[in-house]
Design a protein around this ligand. Structure first.
Ligand code: NAP
Length: 246
């Protein structure tokens, strides 16, 4: 097994984060699975990563809490001594039209989706700058690019991630650290599983490639951006959305 170093994926117990963890485990990374509430799912993902030959650790931390992020990175330093890759994937939605959106609903989405990525990137950058290598990949969204009625908080957080990506790419490039974003479209998830066939068909009809994406579609792009094949790419936002944002 190739040793590619340690990859931290936030919110990796389930969904897209879980698939990114499995894909990177298969590619030869040691895996740190961050989770907040889904302890059992995180343990399942950890076992699956180990079955793929990776050393895998799960760490409970709320990414919107600066002290918990610092403790998580201290544990990574103790266990692995370095970090090759950070994937800022943890995210939530609290949808609603603006007239009904409370300040709390706005702030909690920004705190987790954007401030969480800032805290993790700051801690990762500290280690990566010393190492003079590393990659950061932020999971944004198509709605961070084109907006969406009823998602002012979520699309602002995901657009904010794009600004964070570009600024950090400029700041960290002199030390050979790349920072990119992936912007998924509609991806099959617990949320879309709950929809009826008619609603799923309606969603698919808005997508040029006429189907929802799979978590693997996102994980494959993350694997590419993390690889040496992408070493001359930084500050970019790569849409993986079946053509939604053409
Ligand atoms: P998901 O299944 O709901 O997974 C999100 C994960 O984020 C959960 O496992 C959750 O962990 C974790 N999380 C939430 N708040 C956290 C916090 N404060 N600290 C640490 N972890 C936290 O969602 P998904 O569909 O896989 O989405 C993954 C990412 O892709 C998100 O950033 C999302 O915005 C983005 N995205 C998704 C789609 C889509 O169609 N699914 C489209 C565009 C972008 P716990 O369960 O442990 O609480």
């Amino acid at each position: 097994m190739l040793d590619k170093g340690c990859a931290l994926i936030t919110g990796a117990a389930k969904g897209i984060g879980r698939q990114i963890a499995l894909t990177l485990a298969k590619a030869g990374y040691d895996i740190v699975i961050n989770y907040r509430g889904s302890e059992e799912a995180a343990e399942r993902t950890r076992t699956e990563c180990e079955n793929l030959g990776a050393k895998a650790l799960k760490i409970k931390a709320d990414v919107s809490n600066e002290a918990e992020c610092e403790e998580m990175f201290a544990e990574i330093k103790k266990e692995f001594g370095q970090i090759a890759l950070l994937v800022n994937n943890a995210g939530i939605t609290k949808d609603g039209l603006i007239m009904r959106m409370s300040a709390e609903d706005f702030e909690s989405v920004i705190d987790i989706n954007l401030k969480g990525a800032f805290f993790c990137s700051k801690n990762a950058a500290k280690m990566m700058l010393r190492q003079k290598y590393g990659k950061i990949i932020n999971i944004s969204s198509v709605v961070g690019i084109v907006g969406n009625a009823g998602q002012a908080n979520y699309s602002a957080s995901k657009a904010g991630l794009i600004g964070l990506t570009k600024s950090l790419a400029k700041e960290l490039a002199p030390r050979g650290i790349t920072v990119n974003a992936v912007a998924p479209g509609f991806i099959v998830s617990d949320m879309t599983d709950a929809l009826g066939d008619e609603q799923k068909d309606k969603l698919a009809a808005q997508i040029p490639l006429n189907r929802l994406g799979e978590a693997e579609d996102i994980a494959n792009m993350v694997e590419f951006l993390a690889s040496e094949k992408a070493s001359y790419i930084t500050g970019q936002v790569i849409s993986v959305d079946g053509g939604m944002n053409i």
